[in-house]
Design a protein around this ligand. Structure first.
Ligand SMILES: Cc1cc2nc3c(=O)[nH]c(=O)nc-3n(C[C@H](O)[C@H](O)[C@H](O)COP(=O)(O)OP(=O)(O)OC[C@H]3O[C@@H](n4cnc5c(N)ncnc54)[C@H](O)[C@@H]3O)c2cc1C
Length: 353
């Protein structure tokens, strides 16, 4: 089982709450770590350096003494390996205190904030063929370097697993989507991540490989908690197998964020088969409010029925009541439950539309 960055108190989770807590803890120690530990050093403030003409003093890296505390938010010393094959990468994972470097969008922040300090980064970006999206009989298969942007722009994804194309615009911003990978997002298991939620909803098959073999885990079982998954440290997520969407299937998505592209405080993604106006099957996954994506069984009360506004409101009440939201900077548990009730109703009505 893999635990990602340290989060001391699950109850305090909000996105970046953990990051802030660590920064505050370091700052409280009042300063520099042992010399030579490899943290990128900020130099003293030099008037006029940095942004021309702003008249503000900016730190210049490497210029003289470190600014007090500046080294506390930079990455620890870490070796980087750039394997040319998957086998080499898996061998490195088996023998070292190593982390895979995929898009680096989450790992970079975790290292800079000293939430993680591995001995070795295994940069998989030089391994050919890991960015493929392939169509199989019953699945659309992503390699571990399929980037968010490629998902957003792929006609194959839009046709075969349209919920991915529907949700992806809500993942971060274009600069992050250019580098960030779906596999990295799922492996990282941020409770507020949209891709873990979609994988959970779709019961995507996650192929985990190590030097000693492969196993396949359902995304319904994979997520254990905040940054915590079933993946063993020596395992790499080498493929995500998305079930191809069938006829009459519909999807809906909603999340509460402060701004579009931010991490959500409450979110739902839903899948239903609706025939002749009646719900034949439904699944609803809640994310962000809980430590890991969870299925909302109360949504199954819609089966055999027409999704009217009244039914959606009743089901939304039951769905929200079943949740156990984490209080965070984004709101108290009760605020999040109220948001969940309103959002679940809207998502259910979107399914019916
Ligand atoms: C400002 C900002 C805003 C963001 N907003 C959102 C958002 O709204 N929604 C959202 O979902 N995400 C968001 N993200 C995260 C983004 O989607 C990341 O790209 C993603 O979480 C991690 O993907 P990555 O490829 O960058 O992984 P990396 O940062 O390279 O790796 C993340 C972790 O996963 C591990 N890992 C990576 N690939 C694998 C693999 N194949 N097998 C096993 N372990 C692996 C790494 O070792 C590391 O521990 C945001 C990021 C930033 C910086």
């Amino acid at each position: 089982m893999v635990r990602g960055p340290r989060v001391d108190r699950a109850g305090d989770f909000a996105h970046h709450t953990a990051f802030r807590a660590v920064v505050v803890r370091h700052a409280g120690r009042g300063g520099a770590k042992a010399a030579g530990d490899g943290g990128l050093q900020g130099g003293p403030a030099v008037p006029g350096a940095g942004i021309p003409g702003d008249g503000v003093a900016h730190p210049v890296p490497g210029a003289g003494q470190p600014v007090a505390g500046a080294d506390e938010v930079k990455a620890p010393r870490t070796e980087i390996a750039r394997p040319a094959t998957l086998a080499e990468a898996l061998a490195l994972l088996a023998t070292e205190d190593a982390r895979i470097l995929a898009g680096g969008q989450s790992l970079g922040a975790a290292l800079n904030l000293r939430l993680d300090a591995p001995a070795l980064l295994v940069d998989i970006n030089g391994i050919p063929g890991l960015d493929r999206i392939t169509l199989e009989d019953r699945h659309l298969v992503f390699g571990p370097l399929v980037r968010h942007r490629a998902v957003l722009e792929s006609p194959l994804v839009a046709r075969e697993v349209p919920v991915l194309a529907q949700v992806m615009p809500h993942v971060a911003h274009p600069a992050i989507r250019n580098r960030g990978t779906t596999a990295g997002s799922i492996a990282y298991a941020d409770p507020a991540g949209e891709m873990p939620a979609v994988a959970h909803l779709m019961a995507a098959e996650l192929v985990l490989a190590s030097a000693s073999g492969e196993r396949v885990v359902s995304a319904r079982d994979f997520f254990l908690g905040i940054y915590d998954t079933l993946r063993a440290p020596e395992e790499m997520l080498v493929a995500i197998r998305w079930p191809r969407t069938g006829p009459n299937e519909r999807f809906a998505f909603g999340e509460v964020t402060r701004r579009r592209g931010d991490f959500a405080s409450v979110g739902f993604v839903a899948r239903a088969v609706i025939e002749a106006g009646l719900v034949r099957g439904i699944a609803l996954t809640a994310f962000a409010s809980e430590p890991a994506p969870v299925l909302c069984p109360a949504a199954e009360g819609a089966i055999g029925q027409r999704l009217t506004p009244g039914l959606a409101a009743d089901l939304a009440g039951a769905i929200a009541a079943d949740l156990d939201p984490m209080p965070s900077l984004a709101g108290s548990a009760e605020q999040k439950r109220a948001q969940a009730r309103a959002l679940a109703r809207r998502v259910l009505m979107d399914l019916a539309a």
